[in-house]
Design a protein. Structure first.
Length: 119
């Protein structure tokens, strides 16, 4: 696989991830994300194989665009996750008392509620 082909695979997968995000399709997003990770790993291997040789100048702007798109997708995913967390918290508000009580049994900790008496 050439550098151009490997980079093209990343660009294609970035488009598919963006499409899945816009379609709000979590299964497609998961599948496309896995394929994107694989394409990036493949690109990394190709870059390692040509180590020491200069990269073609035509690839530099494409690599820069891919880097920017990845950063933008990370930011968008962080925003979506924050929104999902807020929505989940509005439906299932967090409580202080959990099934297992506070973590630890030392100072400040407590035994799990399931082991304490009900009285």
């Amino acid at each position: 696989m050439s550098l151009d082909q490997a980079l093209g695979a990343i660009e294609k997968q970035l488009e598919e991830v963006s499409t899945a995000m816009l379609a709000v399709d979590p299964l497609a997003l998961e599948k496309c994300s896995a394929q994107l990770r694989q394409a990036v790993a493949d690109f990394s291997r190709v870059v390692e194989s040509v180590r020491g040789q200069p990269l073609p100048e035509a690839l530099a702007p494409r690599i820069q665009r891919v880097s920017e798109q990845l950063a933008m997708q990370r930011e968008n995913l962080a925003r979506v996750m924050a929104l999902v967390d807020r929505q989940a918290a509005s439906v299932l508000p967090p409580t202080e008392a959990s099934t297992y009580g506070k973590a630890g049994t030392g100072p400040g900790g407590a035994a799990a509620r399931i082991y304490r008496s009900a009285g």
